[in-house]
Design a binder for this molecule. Structure first.
Ligand code: IVH
Length: 697
């Protein structure tokens, strides 16, 4: 026997197709449950597909082996002329529904139950099951001897429609129940579509419409999409629209050794054990306080759920009590639904404005006819950027669905295309900034248009001033956000240079500005005039030019004028500078108003030491790597870092064998220990002073 033979699997015994088909069905049912219901697949998708195709092949070769509960029947394909009518063995009731924002309805319901049940004040709390009110459509699933034989919509409650072929395509619904179940079991629940599946479906629909497909449309919301899928005469189309299911009740149950359960919750847990999805939020709670707690918890969790709910449902848990309470007309007395205010409403788009953000980003905003949604009146909804506005194809005059969930900013979910006026123009982003008139550009690979006006655009001025004053830029202590807003809004600061013309009386008139702080600020401004070239270049706020790039530019060119006139090719020679950065620098200095601001800053007295362009290798501390740690006496760590780097040293954050020196001040910790263990030379303030003199200690 060769080694190979040792590892070869024994040849499979020729199996009867019927036995193999049964085995495959059982395996596929198990893995389908793991995948669709438990969300925990045990085998890779490809393996599932392989088993699936094997079963399909057997059924094709032996049609007599095909069964109604075969997983292959989930893919759809049956096309009907009309749905057959189904008379429900047990009517499908509805629940009393109240809109309840305050959760006071829970107290009223509990009081009603206690009254109806003749409970005295001293009697214990009534136990309830609190459930989510799923926003889909009600479905009755009939199992006979454990096999799904019929799925029917609610219809008028007495008679619904037979949608079995479509419902078979829902992966979460078992086609056969594994355990011993009653001979007849009708499971009731909600068919719904998850939000992510809904978004994906609408994306596909939009693509079809764009490709010229006739008769296609987008869906208004997940419920609408789910209802449309369930009522498809062609089950192949239904199969293409992913639906989900939650069980919450029962219809006819017969042929079981009664009683199977005494409480509603026990029944739900039994359904879960039989393989039906039951929402994990479902809870047993005590009395009014328990219901109120659930209502509030779910109101907070609602937006994080992957599917829509429109409220909560409370049900008396004890089935004997349920029977005692009975029904009023077509509603059980033992249950109530409390709806949350709607999160989606329809309105019209009156205009699409473009707003300019602090960083020059242009944002299209739909101006809406006021609509009350999610508890507030909404008049604006962001369209984010041109691509997004185009993707949703929102146009002036359109009727749109607006969603406001929780504290999230309102957004346009979709357009109701049926209601579009014939000549509604497609949205296009303007070519110039609506605030300052500068060119608006969208860079390749980016979604946002930006105003190129830079320091000239008033919408960007605040951000620019704030950045200019930043500790690692010009380091103007005491110039915070609020003050910048005031200075710009009051017209005192129109360009960066205006900062250096502020007088004590200008500042003292600002809100919450004590004279002492005003004096300090003027001092800080005065001090900031002594800059370094790198800090100054960084402070200008050129897009894509961060602190490190500014340092490289300063090191490479040595002089501001050289940077200002450098071509993109010349800029590309700088370490750290790629085509996008080079283009951004060139664009910035090409704008006359930016050059004027630079000149005005120089005129105001801002200076720095300019040197000759130095090749990095010629600098006195070139090739050294220094780590700073602890509190230095002679200067702050930032200042030491700037000075060392200006001389060509690299300042690193952690100590390694490659570190040339560790400069340790007071209370230096682990970095000092590491330096000592690696034998890296350690310097104090005096050693640092030598280094900064260009001497290597
Ligand atoms: S119980 C006898 N529970 O809300 C009570 N219904 O009128 C029968 N719904 O369209 C319904 N979530 O489809 C129940 N957890 C839930 C529900 C729920 C949603 C729907 C149901 C029907 C309406 C009730």
């Amino acid at each position: 026997m060769s080694t190979l033979d040792l590892f070869a699997e024994p040849a499979p015994a020729p199996e009867a197709p019927a036995a193999r088909a049964a085995q495959l069905r059982q395996q596929l049912q198990h893995h389908g449950h793991c995948y669709y219901v438990l969300d925990a697949p045990e085998i890779p998708d490809a393996e599932y597909d392989r088993l699936f195709r094997e079963l399909q092949a057997i059924e094709a070769a032996h049609p007599e082996l095909l069964t109604a509960d075969s997983p292959t029947q989930r893919v759809g394909g049956q096309v009907l002329d009309a749905f057959a009518q189904v008379r429900h063995a047990v009517p499908m009731l509805s629940i009393r529904t109240e809109t309840d924002t305050e959760s006071s309805g829970a107290e009223a319901f509990d009081a009603r139950m206690r009254r109806e049940l003749n409970l005295a004040e001293a009697d214990p709390a009534v136990q309830y099951v609190a459930e989510l009110k799923f926003d889909g459509l009600a479905m009755s699933l009939r199992y006979e001897n454990g096999v799904l034989v019929q799925a029917a919509t609610r219809g008028d409650g007495e008679t619904g429609e037979d949608v079995t072929a479509n419902v078979r395509t829902i992966g979460q619904i078992p086609l056969r129940l594994s355990a011993d179940v009653p001979a007849v079991l009708e499971v009731r629940g909600e068919v719904y579509m998850r939000r992510d599946n809904f978004e994906a479906l609408n994306d596909r629909q939009r693509a079809r419409i764009a490709a010229g497909a006739k008769g296609e449309k987008t869906f208004v919301n997940p419920r609408n999409a789910a209802a449309g899928a369930v009522r498809q005469l062609d089950s192949g189309i239904a199969a293409d629209r992913p639906l989900s299911f939650f069980a919450y009740g029962l219809g006819e149950v017969s042929g079981a050794a009664q009683p199977l359960w005494a409480r509603h919750f026990d029944m739900l847990m039994q359904l879960k054990a039989w393989g039906f999805p039951v929402a994990e939020q479902t809870a047993v709670v005590e009395g009014a306080a328990g219901l109120v707690g659930f209502h509030q918890r779910m109101a907070a969790e609602r937006d994080q759920l992957p599917y829509d709910i429109d409220g909560v449902v409370y049900k008396v848990n004890d089935l004997t009590l349920q029977q005692q309470l009975g029904f009023v007309t077509r509603e059980p007395r033992w249950a109530v639904a409390h709806k949350y205010p709607a999160q989606e409403e329809m309105t019209t788009v009156q205009a699409i404005d473009v707003q300019v953000g602090r960083t020059g980003k242009l944002t299209p905003v739909a101006k809406l006819a006021p609509v009350f949604v999610g508890g507030v009146t909404v008049t604006n909804a962001t369209l984010h950027n041109e691509l997004e506005a185009r993707r949703k194809d929102v146009r002036v005059g359109d009727t749109v669905i607006v969603r406001r969930a929780g504290d999230v900013i309102p957004e346009v979910v979709s357009v109701v295309l049926d209601r579009r006026p014939p000549d509604a123009p497609q949205f296009t982003m303007m070519s110039h900034c609506p605030v300052c008139g500068s060119l608006a550009e969208r860079e390749e690979g980016e979604a946002d248009h930006r105003c190129t006006g830079g320091l000239f655009c008033s919408a960007q001025r605040k951000q620019a001033v704030w950045h200019f004053a930043h500790r690692r830029a010009m380091d103007v202590d005491g110039l915070g956000d609020k003050l910048v807003d005031q200075l710009v809004d009051s017209g005192q600061v129109n360009t960066l240079a205006d900062l250096y013309h502020l007088k004590l009386e200008n500042l003292a008139s600002m809100d919450r500005m004590a004279e002492k702080s005003a004096v300090n600020l003027l001092d800080a401004l005065e001090k900031s005039k002594q800059a370094t070239l790198a800090r100054f270049v960084f402070a200008l706020g050129i897009r894509h030019v961060g602190e490190a790039t500014a340092k490289e530019l300063a090191r490479h060119f040595g002089q501001l004028d050289a940077i200002m006139v450098a071509s993109e090719d010349a800029l590309l020679q700088v370490a750290d500078v790629g085509p996008i950065v080079a283009h951004s620098i060139r664009t910035f200095f090409d704008q006359a108003h930016n050059r004027e601001v630079v000149q005005a800053l120089r005129d105001a007295g801002v200076t720095w030491a300019e040197g000759d362009a130095l090749a990095p290798t010629e600098m006195p501390l070139a090739g050294l790597t220094v780590v700073l740690t602890g509190t230095l006496q002679s200067m702050g760590r930032d200042e030491a870092k700037d000075k060392l780097e200006a001389l060509g040293a690299k300042v690193a954050g952690s100590v390694s064998k490659k570190t040339s020196y560790v400069v340790a001040g007071a209370e230096a910790g682990s970095k000092l220990d590491k330096a000592q263990s690696l034998g890296v030379p350690v310097l104090d303030d005096a050693g640092l002073a030598l280094l900064l003199n260009g001497e290597k200690p």
